[in-house]
Design a protein around this ligand. Structure first.
Ligand SMILES: NC(=O)c1ccc[n+]([C@@H]2O[C@H](COP(=O)([O-])OP(=O)(O)OC[C@H]3O[C@@H](n4cnc5c(N)ncnc54)[C@H](OP(=O)(O)O)[C@@H]3O)[C@@H](O)[C@H]2O)c1
Length: 333
């Protein structure tokens, strides 16, 4: 079975997007019509693209600054305007790599929304002062991280700052204080969290408005549906963000029976819709009523197109549950 059949017919409508017609400088003509829709991620929250470009792996891509810029430009053409970073990505070098590309076309900043995260201290040659890997959600660390991030990215502000992981020593008042100072100085517009339990979310949200909880969610990782995370998002009308939506690529190459069952189920539904199994894996997440945003971690524009294609597709309940059944290996009770 081909792991990535990628039929183009679903989006193959020869067409130049509004962006490419306006400035005509993007690197290749596009033959698709679809663009990622946008949603307000919380009441009075920012508007982001439903498909988000995640740059965790950017340092592995061996791209020149011009190639990195071209990838971002092509993502923007697809309506993928929201970009996800963290201070620690690429061993503290990922944001610099992105900033180097953005510096070639600084006007693009206003066409995108930039997310970054802080709160983890890694042992790294790029942070020689760190002596132990640990979490730090103290005021001083949050502010210093954001300052570093803004410098590396070559931008003046972040649209959204996420606290990367829950820290047992987190003092909610201190985080709120740090965010208030950063917002006052025009450095961060909104705050959110990542990998927080509902109780941890509730605690911080009691001090400062939170816009999202970025969590692992895919056909191979459903915990957020059962531990109250997505219920909380739906209740608060806050859109979660799904990371490793393709299980970091394991969906395509894991040899275990679960992955085999999933590929079979996804491919069968994909054939019915004339799209790739990747598109169906994204559509499965997007079907959840909490309105998740989906991160794509690929360096390939074709993979981003497959994610965008999923936004035009609503799985029937039976289709959704057949994927659930393939994942769990059982039927519902
Ligand atoms: N908040 C957190 O704690 C957290 C944790 C992890 C990740 N994240 C965020 O989530 C983003 C996405 O995570 P991820 O990279 O694990 O996501 P992913 O989209 O599940 O995995 C991407 C990986 O799968 C590979 N892949 C293989 N076939 C593919 C296909 N048909 N389509 C797309 N990708 C395919 C990609 O390789 P190619 O590049 O060759 O396509 C890439 O190595 C990260 O960049 C980061 O921004 C957040």
């Amino acid at each position: 079975m081909s792991s990535n059949p990628h039929p183009r017919s679903f989006i193959d409508v020869t067409h130049y997007s509004e962006n490419s017609r306006q400035n005509g400088k993007f690197s290749r003509p596009h033959s698709y019509l679809m663009q990622s829709p946008r949603i307000e991620i919380a009441s009075d929250g920012p508007e982001f693209s439903r498909i988000v470009l995640g740059l965790w792996r950017i340092a592995n891509w061996n791209m020149s600054p011009a190639q990195r810029l071209s990838l971002v430009e092509q993502a923007l053409e697809l309506g993928i305007t929201t970009i996800d970073h963290a201070d620690i990505y690429g061993d503290y070098d990922g944001e610099r790599l992105f900033g180097e590309a953005l510096a070639l076309a600084p006007a693009l900043r206003e066409k995108m929304e930039i997310i970054s995260k802080c709160g983890i201290r890694l042992l790294s040659a790029n942070r020689p002062a760190h002596r132990l890997k640990h979490y730090d959600t103290g005021r001083e660390h949050i502010i210093a991280s954001v300052e570093n991030t803004l410098t590396a990215l070559h931008v003046e502000y972040l649209d959204l700052l996420l606290i990367h992981r829950p820290d047992p020593l987190m003092d909610a008042d201190e985080v709120a204080e740090a965010f208030t100072a950063l917002r006052r100085d025009g450095k961060v517009r909104h705050l959110g969290v990542s990998n927080f339990t509902p109780a941890q979310f509730e605690l911080l949200a009691s001090r400062v408005p939170l816009m999202t909880n970025q969590v692992e969610l895919s056909v191979m990782h459903m915990d957020a549906m059962y531990d109250g995370t997505l219920d909380q998002c739906q209740r608060l009308r806050i859109a979660p963000m799904a990371w490793s939506a393709l299980a970091g690529g394991r969906l395509f190459d894991d040899k275990d029976p679960r992955a085999e069952r999933l590929r079979k189920a996804l491919t069968s539904i994909a054939e019915r819709h004339g799209v790739s199994m990747t598109t169906i894996a994204y559509a499965w997440i997007l079907r959840h009523p909490s309105r998740p945003l989906v991160l794509t971690g690929s360096q390939r524009i074709e993979a981003m197109e497959e994610a965008v294609a999923a936004t035009g597709l609503t799985l029937a309940r039976e289709e959704w549950y057949s994927i659930w059944t393939a994942s769990t290996g059982t039927s519902v009770l």
